[in-house]
Design a protein around this ligand. Structure first.
Ligand code: HDE
Length: 727
């Protein structure tokens, strides 16, 4: 890590210092009760005789059991499953032109952050690879108080108005009569709701895309979704959309892989984040902003307040303004990751809301939910939630209050306390809400500027590469195939016709149904009882661009193999290319693991002892990004007799991963389904490297270089088109 200047160090240490008094370490200490009494016997309860009944007076037993009985708190109603890390954010240059937010002024200041990633629908113990939106919540501990940017990895949302959120979540959560399915949207109630809510279609395209099955939490984008405001020192406001761009690029796994990973390692994402930080491979994201001047508010083909719309980067480029680095794992999952409380209403001067009706509802929900989840209005005193700026106000008491407020004054105005604590002038950093003219009738209504539900869904679909489009078809077919009610499938396909006829036809074909001639009427059921359905029909507005390169993962960064997991398959009698390839890959930052028939060590042909990191019985190719098979006749003969080694290669092939083999290693490939395909391509005169297959008669540095290039490509989707293999 680059050395910190004293100023940088001082800022970044503030949260660590702030947490320090609340941490505990039992190393070298006596065990005590919660009252600090040293415990002499933690193995036996107090009894009337060795074989007698346990005595009620055993306060040590009672304290221990009582605490245990109350260990669980309610999990989050959404985003229950999460993983988090500490780090810091640093702006590249002052953003004073747009905002007075203190943490966006000085490039030498490192602002501490705590970031929690999550899935939305599953329970706290659900698998990491659910097809789902990922939460991306960042708490900035700024000198002006906590600022929370509570976003997702998808830049739009399912619904336009907060009042629909409980319906959306009730629809996607396990069905109430039998609590099935866990962490999955592939069921009737979700698609029933979606089929009646055309506004969800843009988000559905994203949620059915590979974005919903990320390779790693470190390899996904983040978005603030809503349009927010920046306000500068002069009081001038502008609109802003927030982005997080991962420096490792945006990458996903395949659906078949996701299903298998959930069984092989349900903690796959959590482990990946934890291990990367532990190894010093700190995940990094650049913060991006799209700025829109107030005068341009109405120049777009959509309403900036509509959270089902994004601003194409071609229309308003993303300015990269700073970098976030995650460099420390939490010490305690419950105390930090579970108890952290985010809220989009945690603001600092220089940033404010807009009237986005989804955002407005969120501003109520987050504090409300913390009251029942964390149990008291004092949740801000939990160490992970504490501001590094000191807190002074007249709020008092409540369950578990920790602050000891001095004096007899707890009101304002007061004279007895000298008027303290004072209100802060703007010049002293006092927060003021952005002054916005509102001259309106009180109505329960939806703006007509929100009625275009399909144009951006189409923009997203059209911007996808062919393999990405295929994956959307497959995802929709899988999901709708899990719905029991045919009418729901038909209605969703009707919606798809509004996005793209080809998409609708392919899904309909998979489902064995006809594309409905006309979408079922009415298209939109989300209007009040006295409204006229015809007044709520979706409209189509021509978007400024037909395609947007930024929306396709095909255009992401593919220039590094840092932290990619590579398996080397070998056992006794493997050749010396094992170590050569391992060294070459590790030099480029890959994480290499030797997978063998059993654990323990084995010898290479040049008599080196190699330790197996994993054995086939506890490993799987879905946990890796690439696979290498060194030569050595004895090793290859043994691997040929191990069905799991064959499966390993077939799966890596099917999941479009880079595969390399040299010398006898290529014979092992030949005995797989993958090998048959590989041989026939080669016989047809194709360059195998274009398919991510690197082979050679013997190991050479060029083979390693070609393998590195292939791993950096992440996936070779053209294999899906060329041939399918069972695996
Ligand atoms: Fe949330 N959301 N949300 N949400 N949300 C919660 O707050 C809610 C929405 C998001 O890691 C809850 O502390 C409403 C959009 C994240 O702790 C709850 C609406 C976006 C997290 C809540 C939305 C999000 C939450 C549950 C519609 C992306 C996890 C536990 C009006 C911009 C934060 C909690 C963490 C969590 C309400 C929609 C992101 C119930 C009412 C849009 C990342 O308060």
């Amino acid at each position: 890590m680059p050395k910190n200047t004293p100023k940088q160090k001082a800022t970044i240490d503030k949260k660590i210092e702030n947490l320090a008094p609340h941490t505990e370490d039992g190393t070298g200490q006596f065990m005590t009760t919660d009252q600090g009494l040293k415990i002499n016997d933690d193995q036996n309860s107090l009894k009337a005789g060795e074989r007698g009944g346990t005595l009620l007076e055993d306060f040590i037993l009672r304290e221990k059991i009582t605490h245990f009985d109350h260990e669980r708190i309610p999990e989050r109603i959404v985003h229950a499953r999460g993983s988090a890390a500490h780090g810091y954010f640093q702006v590249y240059e002052s953003m004073a032109k747009y905002t007075k937010a203190g943490f966006l002024q000085d490039p030498s200041v490192k602002t501490p952050v705590f970031v929690r990633f999550s899935t939305v629908a599953g329970f706290r113990g659900s698998g990491d690879l659910a097809r789902d939106v990922r939460g991306f919540a960042v708490k900035f501990y700024t000198d002006e108080g906590n600022y929370d940017l509570v976003g997702n990895n998808i830049p739009v949302f399912f619904i336009q108005d907060a009042i629909k959120f409980p319906d959306l979540i009730h629809a996607v959560k396990p069905e109430p009569h039998n609590e099935i399915p866990q962490a999955a949207s592939a069921h009737d109630t979700f698609w029933d709701f979606v089929s009646l809510m055309p506004e969800s279609m843009h988000m559905i395209m994203w949620a059915m895309s590979d974005r919903a099955i990320p390779r790693s939490l470190r390899m996904m984008e983040g978005f603030g979704i809503h349009t927010f405001r920046f306000i500068n020192e002069q009081g001038k406001g502008c609109f802003v959309k927030f982005h997080w761009k991962p420096l490792l690029g945006v990458h996903s796994v395949t659906w078949d892989e996701a299903l298998k990973i959930n069984g092989k390692d349900p903690d796959f994402h959590r482990r990946d984040l934890h291990d990367a930080i532990d190894n010093g491979d700190y995940p990094e994201w650049e913060m991006g902003v799209q700025i829109v001047q107030e005068k341009d508010e109405h120049k777009f083909a959509f309403d900036l307040l509509d959270p089902t719309k994004l601003i194409p980067e071609e229309e308003v480029p993303v300015m990269r303004i700073g970098k976030m680095t995650l460099n420390r794992n939490p010490d305690n999952f419950f105390a930090e990751t579970e108890q952290v409380a985010f809220h989009p209403g945690h603001l600092v001067p220089g940033i404010d809301f807009t009237n986005d009706p989804l955002l407005q509802g969120r501003l109520f929900s987050y504090t409300d939910t913390q009251l029942s989840r964390l149990g008291s209005p004092n949740f801000h005193e939990i160490p992970i939630n504490r501001s590094i700026n000191t807190v002074h106000n007249n709020q008092r008491d409540g369950h578990m209050r920790q602050q000891i407020n001095k004096g007899k004054v707890a009101y304002n105005p007061n004279s007895l306390g000298g008027g303290c604590p004072f209100q802060a002038k703007m010049a002293d950093g006092g927060f003021t809400s952005y002054v916005e003219r509102i001259d309106a009738k009180k109505v329960r209504a939806r703006s007509k500027s929100f009625f275009d539900h399909f144009s951006q869904a189409r923009l997203f679909y059209m911007s996808q590469s062919k393999p990405e489009q295929n994956h959307i078809v497959d995802a929709l077919s899988f999901e709708l195939g899990h719905c029991d009610t045919e009418a729901i499938r038909v209605r969703v396909v009707g919606m798809l016709t509004q996005i793209d006829g080809g998409l609708a036809a392919r899904v309909a074909d998979n489902l064995g149904i006809k594309v409905p001639a006309k979408p079922e009427q009415p298209m939109n059921l989300s209007f009040g009882a006295d409204a006229k359905p015809k007044d709520f029909q979706p409209v189509f507005v021509q978007q400024a661009v037909e395609k947007s390169a930024a929306l396709s993962m095909a255009n992401t960064v593919k220039n590094t193999i840092k932290t990619r997991q590579v398996a080397i398959l070998a056992t006794n009698g493997t050749d010396d290319s094992l170590m050569k390839m391992k060294t070459a890959l590790e030099a480029k930052g890959a994480m290499v693991k030797v997978v063998s028939l059993k654990l323990g060590t084995f010898a290479t042909t040049d008599n080196k002892q190699i330790k197996a990191d994993q054995a086939f019985f506890g490993s799987s190719s879905v946990l890796f990004d690439a696979v290498y098979v060194p030569g050595g006749a004895k090793s290859i003969d043994a691997l040929k007799n191990e069905p799991n080694a064959i499966l390993f290669i077939n799966e890596a092939y099917r999941h479009c991963k880079a595969i390399a083999a040299v010398a006898e290693g290529t014979d092992l490939l030949s005995t797989t389904y993958a090998g048959e395909k590989i041989n026939s391509y080669q016989n047809d005169g194709n360059d195998l490297a274009t398919l991510g297959i690197i082979t050679g008669k013997s190991y050479k540095p060029e083979i390693a270089a070609a393998f590195v290039d292939a791993i950096a490509q992440h996936r070779f989707w053209q294999r899906e088109e060329l041939s399918k293999i069972p695996a």
